[in-house]
Ligand binder design. Sequence first.
Ligand SMILES: O=C(CO)[C@@H](O)[C@H](O)COP(=O)(O)O
Length: 211
Amino acid sequence: MYEKEKQLLYEAHLTLEKYGLVAYTSGNVSLRIDDKVLIKPSGVPYSSLKPSDMVLVDLGGKILDGNMKPSVDTATHLYLYRNIEWAKSIIHTHSTFATVFAVREKPLPVLCTAHADVFGEEIPITEYAPVGSEAIGKAVLKVMGKSGTVLLRKHGVIVVGTSIEDALKKAIFLEEVAKMSYFALAKQQVTPLDIDEINKLHQQYHTKYGQ
Ligand SMILES: O=C(CO)[C@@H](O)[C@H](O)COP(=O)(O)O
């Protein structure tokens, strides 16, 4: 059942790992197929994940196919699918630089051309919401803008895509622009010493310092 879609979803998880956006078991991807959703099984390391492990659920969370428990974030994904008509794929990661902004409880401002190109807006941040229920989905919907990309306060990121490729592209570019922004913001304006102080110190060093 849905062999092609399971393979596609499996490969999306490998792509996240290839780009260093997930580690061991963290994060998850889902794919909407009409009124059903395929999603990663919970807590399976990427190194042992298989296409046949993907779990098929209905929009209410009932398991329709699969031998494993679905992702702990299934309720979040389903809440977003039920409320965003154009959502076809959702990605959740803890990608490092984007999550640094989420942990610092700051939205990600538009500081570079790539951010404007892909997202066209500041990436908003949710209120804090606990894992394992619809709470994260509700918090995401409250702040989500046209980019379909949101920082989860103290947690990670959610990306909503019109396809699995669209969601992957946004997840990958989000981390790239977050990294550039992190380093850009870390560059502080450093004031040089006053010229009179430089001259005084230099003079002292060469005439009085030492024995
Ligand atoms: O953020 C969380 C839970 O806090 C998740 O992203 C986990 O990191 C992955 O959970 P599963 O999808 O394996 O259940």
